[in-house]
Design a protein around this ligand. Sequence first.
Ligand SMILES: [Ca+2]
Ligand SMILES: [Ca+2]
Length: 310
Amino acid sequence: MKKFCFFLCGVFLLCAAGMAQAADAKPGKEMLPVNRYKLVDTFEVKGRQGIAVDDKYYYVSGSKALYKYDKKGNLVASNENPFEGYAIPSNHIGDIDVYNGEIFVSAEWFEDGVGKDIQIAIHDAQTLKFKRTFKFEPESGQEEVSGICVDRDKRTVWMSCWAIGKESGLLKGYSDRYLYEYSLDTGKFLRKVHLAPSPQWIQGVYYYKGALYVTADDGEADDNAPDHLYRIDISSDVNYATVVMEKAFTEVKRQGEIEGLAFDEKAGELLVHFNRGARIILGMPRGFYPDYTKEISEIYRFKVKPIKRK
Ligand SMILES: [Ca+2]
Ligand SMILES: [Ca+2]
């Protein structure tokens, strides 16, 4: 009995020491934000989905349209019939990217929170017209697409997912837990990366300086809760990745729906697309909040400043 008591005391002391150590432990550098983001300004756009940027222009996607703005915010081109030439009917465009004169469009048929028939379409950045298709691999298991981006260093294409599809039989209303990677040159599906933890309602994905960044519409507008930017380390070739919260968007004019994102490397800016004013149910606008008679879509520009840590 005595021996057993000593054993219990020993176990208790070991646990207490372990807990004290855990309480003292500080998160490693890799679990902290790498940048500060200072709001520069905002400008209103047509289109409620995504944002892409090259040296001269901003590109904005609506659910059924593509728009092009100069860097002063003037509309210079639009394509309000973007699905012309698509092989399968489509009614929804998510976040977009532009690379080497081509716009990468993630498209699908989207209804009441469920997506199907994912298509990756490449549009000409000059005319905004459909140019060619980038093959989607159904074996990847991806059932919905909310955003697409190009990893300029590794020459791969990444896709994000907003919700788990109806087919999976899993809990609807949560983001898929994966990001999906393809070869830019061959179009071959390479891997899916499991996110830990997985942000809820991912709206866009962008590659910037060795990491992926995703925007998540995880703040409930009715509770005035902010949405977030997360950073994902994809430097190794494994099929899982750690997710770090990079920023909470507390400075928006009214909490609403975060959408796509892009980094303007030349200007050193983060661009984030936000919608406000409309009530969103299952990913679709249904009526307005008081004081709003229409939904307002805006691009927020933030100056990016790297945080120096020892
Ligand atoms: Ca979206
Ligand atoms: Ca939100």
